[in-house]
Design a protein around this ligand. Structure first.
Ligand code: MN
Ligand code: MN
Ligand code: ZN
Length: 282
């Protein structure tokens, strides 16, 4: 299994790789800029070279990127929609320059304008950015969401609908967040519910589109629609769900990345990774 965690880029993009290596990550997720700001300093040639050299040296692969939390590709407000698309394209360029294969993003929140309208706006924005993204090999991964507020992407059908409306379908994939999907109402806590959920995913979206897992336990219950991450085995999902996932051969090459709460020293990541590794009997 390919295990890792979200890593800070504080001190430079390359530092994420150093941090990941220091706690034994095989794969990591990064933001390529400050997530709470629209603006970002351009990546210099040196930033990119340092990063690529450290990636070679650490052997961490793949590195996946997550976009800024400010971006809302379903916004009904023309000004914030425009701003979001522009910022999203910049995220794509940054990831592409760093040789990152996947950019993970939350589909968007319709803010009261209606679900189908929102899904269409998301697909329109993807079609727009891909017209500009000539020659990119970057793929976009829609993240499954908890469906908090007016957030879209809480059902497999909604994700399938977006993909259906996108022209360049070969660039589309899905990131399955175990906390969000559980909060959205999909159970994986025992063998039969686990099988049913992934059969549903396969029937509605297709398992070949599932490219990355976010491995988080959930503070809130099944169908709560509330997004609160918890340490592995300490939440409402519980350890058995992770045992099933970590021993599922069909996902042995799919990156599994922790997004559980942590402090600067990464002791929590070390603990969660140890628990996950201990579950593997393959
Ligand atoms: Mn996310
Ligand atoms: Mn996530
Ligand atoms: Zn979350």
């Amino acid at each position: 299994m390919l295990l890792g965690a979200h890593m800070s880029i504080s001190g430079g993009m390359f530092m994420s790789l150093e941090r990941g290596k220091s706690i034994g990550c095989q794969t990591i997720q990064v933001f390529t800029k400050n997530v709470n700001q629209w603006k970002a300093k351009l990546l210099t040639k040196k930033d990119i070279e340092d990063y690529l050299e450290h990636q070679r040296k650490t052997g961490i692969s793949p590195v996946v990127a997550h976009d800024s939390y400010l971006i809302n590709l379903a916004s009904p407000d023309p000004e914030s929609y425009e701003k979001s698309i522009e910022a999203f394209f910049i995220e794509m360029e940054r990831a592409e320059k760093l040789g990152i294969p996947y950019l993970i993003f939350h589909p968007g929140a319709h803010l009261g304008s209606g679900e189908e309208e929102g899904l269409k706006r998301i697909a329109d924005s993807i079609n727009w950015v891909y017209k500009r993204a000539r020659g990119f090999s970057l793929k976009l991964l829609l993240e499954t969401t908890a469906g908090q507020g007016t957030n879209l992407g809480y059902s497999f059908e909604q994700l399938a609908r977006i993909i259906d409306l996108v022209d360049k379908k070969k660039y589309m994939g899905v990131c399955y967040d175990t906390c969000h999907t559980f909060a959205a109402g999909y159970d994986i806590r025992d063998k039969s519910s686990y099988n049913k959920t992934f059969e549903d995913f396969d029937r509605v979206i297709g398992l070949e589109r599932l490219k990355v897992f976010h491995i988080n336990d959930s503070k809130k219950g099944l169908g709560s629609r509330i997004d609160r991450h918890e340490h592995i085995g300490k939440g409402m999902l519980g350890i058995e769900a992770f045992r099933l996932l970590l021993n599922d051969k069909q996902f042995k090459d799919t990156p599994m990345i922790l997004e559980t709460p942590k402090g600067k020293e990464m002791k929590e990541d070390i603990m969660n990774l140890k628990i996950l590794r201990g579950l593997i009997t393959l």
